[in-house]
Design a binder for this molecule. Sequence first.
Ligand code: GDP
Length: 220
Amino acid sequence: MTTNPPAIHFNQTRFCISAAKLSQCPSDSTAEIAFAGRSNAGKSSAINVLTQQTKLARTSKTPGRTQLLNFFDLNLQGLRIVDLPGYGYAKVPVAMKEHWQKHLDEYLQKREVLRCVVLVMDIRHPMKEFDEMMVQWCQNTGMRLHVLLTKADKLKRGPVQSTLLQVRKALKERLGDSVSVQAFSALKHTGVQELQQLISELMIPWYGSDGYATDEHSTE
Ligand code: GDP
């Protein structure tokens, strides 16, 4: 008898916990997808549209809750979305930025259940210094990378396509099959299904696993 694989119902995503350092991250994740981006790139809007909620990703911006990582539970146990702090947020003091940087590095380097980084870039300003840093890190570690070129509604169709092709080509040359790139608009809800599909494909195999890579999924 064949059974259908379980489905991720993104609209059932719920806030789980904020963590200021690696030791505070939940211990029962089996798969996490982390959203990264420069401040104002459109990361919170993308998470909200992905999860069909209006305020979910707001928490990370609330004064006093500028924690390093915000975890959101998907409807399937053990699967989580992680909202990394917007990089370069102007109002944050230098000491706080250094704190973030240190713990962000630690999360990226040591979090074994991290399966993919979704890097959110404004389609009008792709591949800035922070983005390059994240791409380089994914290249060095073999981490799966998905790039969201958001605010696509700000450009005409032609420039959207040419930027998409240009960024995709440049990244494929460096990361091969472990990178994908798509256009997105939180305003027009463009590319939402594509993003949901990708996350489902990446995460479903981990649902129900014990938190450690099986032979099938092991990268070693
Ligand atoms: P974050 O700092 O990366 O979380 O960025 P936000 O999601 O808060 O978005 C920053 C600004 O860009 C806000 O004013 C949003 O309304 C706007 N924005 C975000 N996504 C889009 C989009 O797809 N299209 C347009 N036109 N504006 C967007």
